[in-house]
Design a protein around this ligand. Structure first.
Ligand code: GDP
Ligand code: IMO
Ligand code: MG
Length: 427
């Protein structure tokens, strides 16, 4: 089972980091294929908490090659901060490899992300302010700076001059800000070159060789299906392809090398930032989910919007990604509700609609139609097999499985690595 894609099924923060970590020493490499330090993955190992942003989760598994793929955008300052933070805690990061074609988040793009959001006012996206959108925009406009460019000062300088000719006009004339000096930007990027050089390689070639040798590779998505720039709730999305197809372009492997697609889905739903969210709870149930589930962003610390499980969203994720297995996380958070609403369809303009509508206007107008499932009161955080779950919790899982379009292979009952029920092995 060599090529495994792992994606988020909802709006992010489903527990992808924990899911990758669970596969542990059965995998040889983990590739991050999209996004940048907008992502935040919390992994808890023997009570120790690690928060990763740019580094693939595999960095915490001894012997696993951690790969930052060509589809990622890298803030080099953040990369080295994260490496230093892990090294200081005794984690060996020497197994990190970086694509020479990944794009770099420049200082002017960090600024542009923040000032654009302020400029948009009530039309803002609610970005993480990490420069992700402007960096992907440069990539598509063919004015981006790539990892390989910082090893050639002449090329780098020419690119920065070209970029700033335009960006400084925007910053000064539209946003009333100061522009950036070419030398300052070039010097900052060059300052990382020596340290970065030994990590950089042709990652699509490395991956092809690993897969040929029968190694097991996990392609780990940042963000999630409904934040995908093509398949999400556009324009309230991130600027990359976070769905399974993105693994091929973002890592440089053909679709024929993907054997399994795992989607991580929370037993309820959360979203950070703006955009439609049909099952959102603005009442005390929402607050209760946020408190019990500790639903505050790993990257920005923002409170996450919380709501009930949305089965049409899960079915959509199953279809768009070709999901073979779901990892259902945070079932423990639902302990204590007398009954648990699950959205089974929407009412849109007076009609019952079973699938996610393709139109953004329709999705924004969608009202959830709920089915109410019986709750449970027993503490389930110690469950290690499906038989350990109370009948109502097991029935909840089976009901979700029946309405979500793929089998549920793993159930999370707590943040710890061991707080997991495995129904079918992932690897
Ligand atoms: P990611 O971005 O998808 O990797 O997810 P985050 O790390 O941003 O958010 C998921 C949070 O839920 C983290 O704090 C995890 O430690 C935590 N978590 C993961 N699985 C479970 C679970 O089954 N139960 C509980 N209570 N917490 C979990
Ligand atoms: P992980 O990998 C949740 C959201 C932001 C905003 C939108 C665009 O931890 O699941 P961006 O900075 O990417 O331009 O912001 O996307 N967003 C996330 N929400 N989890 C994430 O990553 C996210 N990465 C971006 O809140 O709404
Ligand atoms: Mg996260």
């Amino acid at each position: 089972m060599p090529g495994i894609v792992l994606v988020g099924a909802q709006w992010g923060d489903e527990g992808k980091g924990k899911a990758t970590d669970l596969m542990g020493n059965r995998i040889d490499a983990v590739v991050k294929f999209n996004g940048g330090n907008n992502a935040g993955h919390t992994i808890v190992i023997e009570g120790e908490k690690y928060a990763l942003h740019l580094l693939p989760s595999g960095i915490l598994t001894p012997g696993c090659t951690a790969i930052i793929g060509n589809g990622v955008v890298i803030d080099l300052g953040v990369l080295f901060e994260e490496i230093d933070g892990l090294e200081a805690r005794g984690v060996d990061t020497s197994n990190l490899v970086v694509s020479s074609s990944a794009h770099i988040v420049t200082p002017y793009n960090r600024t542009l992300d923040k000032v654009t959001e302020r400029f948009l006012g009530s039309r803002k996206i609610g970005t993480t302010g990490r420069g992700i959108g402007p960096t992907y925009a440069d990539k598509m406009a063919r004015t981006g700076i790539r990892v390989q460019d910082i090893f050639d000062e002449t090329v780098l300088r020419a690119k920065v001059v070209g970029a700033l000719e335009f960006k400084n006009q925007v910053l000064i004339k539209i946003y009333n800000r100061r522009g950036f000096e070419v030398d300052a930007v070039v010097d900052e990027l060059l300052s990382y070159a020596d340290r970065l050089r030994p990590m950089v390689t042709d990652t699509p070639l490395l991956l092809s060789q690993m897969l040929d040798a029968g190694k097991t590779v996990v392609f780990e998505a940042g963000q999630a299906t409904l934040l995908d720039v093509d398949h999400g709730t556009y324009p309230f999305v991130t600027s990359s392809n976070a769905t399974a197809g993105g693994a091929c372009t973002g890592a440089g492997v053909p679709p024929t090398r993907i054997d399994r697609v795992i989607a991580v889905v929370k037993a309820y739903a959360t979203r950070v930032g703006e955009g439609p969210f049909p099952t959102e709870l603005l009442d005390e149930d929402g607050e209760k989910l946020r408190q019990i589930g500790a639903e505050y962003g790993t990257t920005t610390g923002r409170p996450r919007r919380c709501g009930w499980y949305d089965a049409p969203v899960a079915r959509y994720a199953a279809r768009i990604n070709g999901v073979t297995d779901f990892v259902l996380t945070k079932l423990d958070v639902l302990t204590g509700w007398e009954q648990i609403p699950v959205c089974v369809a929407y009412e849109i303009d007076g009609e019952r609609v079973e699938e996610l509508p393709a139109g953004q206007r329709e999705f924004s107008a969608a009202k959830p139609i709920y089915e109410y499932l019986p709750g449970w009161t027993e503490d389930i955080s110690g469950a290690r097999s499906i038989e350990d779950l109370p009948d109502a919790a097991r029935a909840y899982v089976l009901a979700l499985e029946a309405m979500s379009g793929a089998r549920i292979s793993v159930i999370g009952v707590g943040p710890g690595r061991e707080q997991t029920v495995v129904v079918h092995d992932l690897v």
